[in-house]
Design a protein around this ligand. Sequence first.
Ligand SMILES: *[C@@H]1O[C@H](CO)[C@@H](O)[C@H](O)[C@H]1NC(C)=O
Ligand SMILES: *[C@@H]1O[C@H](CO)[C@@H](O)[C@H](O)[C@H]1NC(C)=O
Ligand SMILES: *[C@@H]1O[C@H](CO)[C@@H](O)[C@H](O)[C@H]1NC(C)=O
Ligand SMILES: *[C@@H]1O[C@H](CO)[C@@H](O)[C@H](O)[C@H]1NC(C)=O
Ligand SMILES: *[C@@H]1O[C@H](CO)[C@@H](O)[C@H](O)[C@H]1NC(C)=O
Ligand SMILES: *[C@@H]1O[C@H](CO)[C@@H](O)[C@H](O)[C@H]1NC(C)=O
Length: 395
Amino acid sequence: MLSQTTIVSVLAGLAVAPSVLGASQYNLVQDYSGADFFQGFKYNESVIDYNNYGNVHFLGQSQALSSNLTYVNSNGRTVIKVDNTTNGQGDITFGRNSVYLMSEKTMTMGSLLVFDANHMPFGCSVWPALFTQGQKWPEQGEIDIIENVNQATKNQYSLHSGANSGSCVQPPSIFSSQTGLSQVSTPNTPNNCTVLPTTDQNTGCVVQDSSDGSFGAGFNSNGGGVYATLWNDDGIKMWFWERGSAEMPSGIGGKGALDPESWSMEPAAYFPASGCDPSKIFGPQIITLYIDICGAFAGNDQVFQSTCGSIAPNCSAMVPDPRNYDNAYWEINYLRVFSTSSSSSSSNSSTHSNSNTQSGSNSASASGTLFSSRAGNMLGLVSGLAMFFGVAALL
Ligand SMILES: *[C@@H]1O[C@H](CO)[C@@H](O)[C@H](O)[C@H]1NC(C)=O
Ligand SMILES: *[C@@H]1O[C@H](CO)[C@@H](O)[C@H](O)[C@H]1NC(C)=O
Ligand SMILES: *[C@@H]1O[C@H](CO)[C@@H](O)[C@H](O)[C@H]1NC(C)=O
Ligand SMILES: *[C@@H]1O[C@H](CO)[C@@H](O)[C@H](O)[C@H]1NC(C)=O
Ligand SMILES: *[C@@H]1O[C@H](CO)[C@@H](O)[C@H](O)[C@H]1NC(C)=O
Ligand SMILES: *[C@@H]1O[C@H](CO)[C@@H](O)[C@H](O)[C@H]1NC(C)=O
């Protein structure tokens, strides 16, 4: 009698039960650092950046390792970088080598993601991102943890949701319960997370961090810091602490259980369940980390001019010179996922049956072959954050 869907839903209900009952211990379920980092991620190889039209080639694992774009440095930290040795001068088809990493395991509701880096990619034309995405985009949502471009100094957090997943907004009533600034034009407008990929409504609901240490040069000169993202039945909260911040909750940096529901400090960004149902809008999330160059966001003329207009006439003029990429690297201490459900992310007890990324990656590369040069359609669109997957979604 029970359909498979019902069984899966029942299992999903059990999986979140501990937090419903009031226990809020988040135990370590995924731990990536040093060389282990690369074991947990696959390299989404692609000679063309179909989603964002960047001037990049994303290398496969063996090429990335042999060209030293991913390695562990002498401090034991994980380095992920853009090629800064190849001179592309005179080659009009030049695309710089970079990498696009996606976690093998997914993250489910009832999780806390903690990311500690000493350095993030930075510079004119550089577009780094740490985000999570469902296997179907935008239907299964996207959570942007670190993202901005060029010489921006403040990080931007955002959610993206599908138009058919139900309403997902950040209500104005909570704008004062976060330290970041919601990027909406009028104070009474809800910050709308729904994206309509074929239109210019594709930026999601963006919140800008208040600290100049949260992105780019400032982040790097402080020796980096720690980002935490909590996704539970109360909604989604993101925090950032600069290196050495006295506000960092105890236990961060260790592998012991954490209790983020007890943290008293306001998050930098807060997307409460009252505006965006965290169980309906987001499917199991693939952790994604990459570095793009130019493309729909960094290369947007208006965006580029705002912080790099005095450096180069346009974004693509930066790309041939390898010296422009000496700062285009992540140097990571660790990325950890803590969860209230010990079976989270590695078993089949999620609301969606595809809980490993193999199928996601298959469908992604399948769609990758279906389109060629939609870039022209998109380049004219407004400045926007994360036109992520805009083209893929046209399918
Ligand atoms: C992998 O990269 C290809 C090419 O850029 C892209 O179309 C696809 O969406 C990516 N896959 C995911 C899951 O992001
Ligand atoms: C990669 O790094 C190793 C060790 O530092 C070095 O021997 C090798 O030449 C580098 N390879 C490239 C392609 O830069
Ligand atoms: C958010 O955007 C979607 C898509 O345009 C729209 O249908 C919805 O009404 C918007 N929500 C609000 C509260 O404005
Ligand atoms: C960017 O600037 C360079 C150098 O001035 C110029 O040659 C090139 O045509 C420009 N590209 C675009 C897309 O405007
Ligand atoms: C490239 O960038 C690295 C830092 O990631 C730096 O150590 C190196 O000197 C840069 N230049 C070259 C030519 O490798
Ligand atoms: C989980 O799902 C995979 C793929 O559908 C299947 O091969 C595997 O047997 C399932 N594992 C369990 C424990 O049900």
